[in-house]
Design a binder for this molecule. Sequence first.
Ligand code: BG6
Length: 480
Amino acid sequence: MGFPKGFLWGGATAANQCEGGYNEGGRGLANVDVVPLGEDRFPIITGKMNHLAFDEDHFYPAKEAIDMYHHFKEDIKLFGEMGFKTYRLSIAWSRIFPKGDEAEPNEAGLKFYEDLFNECHKYGIEPLVTITHFDCPIHLIKEYGGWKNRKLVDFYENLVRVLFTRYKGLVKYWLTFNEINMILHAPFMGAGLTFEDGEDQELAKYTAAHHELLASARATKIAHEIDPENQVGCMMAGAVYYPYSCRPGDVWAAYEDARDEYYLIDVQARGEYPRYFLKRLERKGIALPIEDGDLAFLKENTVDFVSFSYYATRVSVGDDNDEVEFTASNIFDSVKNPYLESSEWGWQIDPLGFRTTLNSLYDRYQKPLFVVENGLGAVDTPDENSYVADDYRIDYMAKHVDAMRDAIDIDGVEVLGYTSWGCIDLVSAGTGEMKKRYGFIYVDRDNEGNGTLKRTPKKSFNWYKQVIASNGEDTSWQKD
Ligand code: BG6
């Protein structure tokens, strides 16, 4: 009982949030490099402000991040000490194809990940690779308009063919796009979209999404052809929507909000655009650029498993109920839930909501799930030895691991594994801050890029080691 044998415990990172080395090894520039820290970040990632190059006025945290480019051996050793069974990381597209549209890949980039995967296997860690985690080579944005352009499907195909061929035998688990539903909320970060004045932004987003769906289906097909052992998953920013009250208008709003997020996963996991989505496009007069054969191709190439991130549940309110307070919830706006506590960034803490989310995704898709992000972003205060007693993080995670066990044990949900977000401190995607930390390992670096980059295990490091060693049975801990 409890977690199944072989459950894949581990941690997750994304290239642009940890690697640094933005111009090393022949790497090209990507959208994620040019998003700065500070008040312009949000308008840029959401596509409200065009910003395609570095300038003097901003600090760009992804340039060096936590310099995992040079520290990966040390970091993976620490993951090994915790007993990780898997490590989720992403490939920086522009390390492999610096501009994105070249015919031949960049050997230095390929070699970097090959070394990294070999290092993982040294410790019995199975890599789980996100092919794109919000990154798109800048050249593809300037020259082609990012994912609005169908040519990106071909460029992505070139990328995945190279990856599946080169890393055959080294990597088995693949995710095609991180949080694919982020296209709708943060289109520059999610799909390299910038908008012209007066452009139909909805059309642009849905078009880019269609192209990413095609690219994802192609990747799934090619992955299976190159190595039948390959397992390919889709990935969504997950969480159930609660109605603010039992007013029918609030319940309907929650239902509709959830569908907005599900429609992409409906295609990737079930193979078809849902009818509610097609009806909505029809009402809005949006014509998707669907070509002959696209729909059959999507139907034939669905994913093997469904992965998702979970941080907080969301709350919806109907138009007839507007006296409510809003709060942050990842990039998603949510009505504040009066029954829940919040993190320092306003994300509401809801372990039972995690169990509900696991159940609702499993009910809907009937495919194995993989929890590939979960955790608490918090301000850590290290002592003179750089040690952090992060009881608050252990408390959050223990409750979430317990809730996941209930979903598996009591409700029968099939879950392949769990990788906590930012297992080592890294740059926040939403805010660009370093001080929003998720890690079991403290990294000495601040928001402005000062610090020695020294790595120090936190209290949660040994706690997670115990969780993994007991296959999720022992989540107990003592407050200092
Ligand atoms: C997810 C992303 O949305 O949330 C990660 O996949 C991100 O890239 C994580 O870091 C946590 O969000 P934030 O804004 O706290 O970094």
